[in-house]
Design a protein around this ligand. Structure first.
Ligand code: NAP
Length: 347
């Protein structure tokens, strides 16, 4: 385990909140700040960006020219990046990446795979950019690129596939049981990230369903696909975005190259139960088309023991009940008001 620290990013229980309150545009007063580069400025990426903005200059990619302005207005330096359409990172983007202390990718893999490319062009880009910094290929025996403390890749608990209600940990082999095409692509993507030279401090985070402000069952319960899902009692692992961000921050604080972490809460619960609880909180009636049934078996229960034990994460929202209560009470953490407003405009 490398001793390098993402100094100052984690400031105790109130740290994330305090950092979120200090979003400010880059370009002024940034001297001495570290650089954080995020591939994919979506829900999770922006959540972490909010938490880091006080101490880091934040760069983030998007495929959308319109979203560039929006990111700029939130104090984030935007870069266009859309490898599947052939849109590469600009020279300025590569320069920012090279000078980064921490790099995160939240971009999902492509399900279309063909040689010579893998499912995740971002991993390959990182290898190229940091090899160029050194002027030679990276190898497992050479030291890490100067200043780069941490590389994170956000994956999913979907890699575990169907487990018939068993508990799974990060040690559970993946790829041996039936999985969807998307999960197969994700397993390949993880392998591509972990195959980066050992000196690039890669960490994998397998997240359950990510929910939080503006993204939760109260916003989606009436969608037709969710009416269908409501009919079974399948267990779903989930995690509030504030705890996802907390897990990422704790890992940045104590890098452990090659580390894999599940990020889920303590209570894998059926979607039906979450929805019933949330609707009860706001006094809305349950939709009449609900036909709960336990005919389908649970798929898996995902352990968060390593998240708590190794990273020392104390979940702010141990179950959906605390998480949904906080949302209903108007808690927007980890987002700043301005970033959340922009997220609302996007969807
Ligand atoms: N949401 C969940 O419940 C959940 C659960 C477990 C794991 N995950 C995975 O965790 C990661 C983060 O989740 P999230 O909910 O924060 O995702 P999100 O809000 O959808 O954000 C993903 C970001 O990746 C960018 N992106 C997507 N496809 C891309 C492509 N082909 N090329 C370049 N950029 C691309 C998007 O950028 P633009 O749209 O700005 O171009 C978007 O900002 C994702 O990989 C997701 O699949 C999600």
């Amino acid at each position: 385990m490398r001793a390098a620290r993402a100094g100052g990013v984690l400031r105790g229980r109130r740290g994330v909140v305090a950092a979120c309150a200090r979003a400010r545009p880059s370009g002024s007063g940034d001297t001495g700040k570290k650089t954080f580069f995020c591939f994919g400025a979506g829900y999770t990426g922006l959540g972490l960006a909010c938490a880091l903005q006080g101490d880091f200059v934040v760069h983030a990619t998007t495929r959308s020219p319109a979203k560039q302005d929006l990111l700029r207005s939130c104090g984030i330096v935007p870069h266009l990046f859309d490898p599947s359409s052939g849109l590469k990172l600009s020279e300025e983007g590569e320069e920012a990446l090279r000078s980064s202390t921490a790099v995160l990718s939240t971009i999902p893999p492509s399900t279309v795979v063909g040689p010579p490319h893998g499912v995740d062009p971002t991993a390959e880009l990182i290898r190229e950019v940091f090899s160029a910094t050194r002027g030679s290929s990276l190898s497992s025996s050479s030291p890490p690129p100067e200043g780069l403390d941490w590389v994170g890749y956000v994956s999913t608990t979907g890699v575990y596939g169907e487990r018939r209600g068993e508990w799974v940990t990060e040690e559970t082999p993946v790829g041996s049981n039936p999985v969807s095409d998307r999960a197969s692509a994700r397993i390949r993507a993880e392998a591509e990230w972990l195959a980066l030279p050992g000196e690039l401090p890669v960490h994998i985070f397998r997240c359950g369903g990510i929910y939080g402000p503006h993204r939760n069952v109260l916003r989606t319960e009436s969608k037709p696909e969710n009416v269908r899902r409501r009919r079974n009692q399948q267990l779903v692992s989930r995690c509030h975005v504030l705890d996802v961000v907390q897990g990422l921050l704790k890992s940045m604080e104590a890098p452990n190259s090659g580390g894999i972490y599940n990020i889920v809460d303590d209570d894998p619960a059926p979607r039906d139960a979450v929805e019933a609880f949330a609707l009860g909180l706001v006094g809305r009636p349950r939709p009449t088309e609900v036909v709960p049934s336990s005919s389908r078996q649970a798929t898996k229960r995902v352990s968060n023991a390593r998240l708590k034990g190794e990273l020392g994460v104390v979940l702010r929202h141990p179950t959906y009940k605390e998480g949904m209560r906080a949302i209903v009470e108007g808690d927007i953490r980890p987002f700043t008001r301005e970033v959340l407003d922009e997220l609302i405009k996007i969807k």
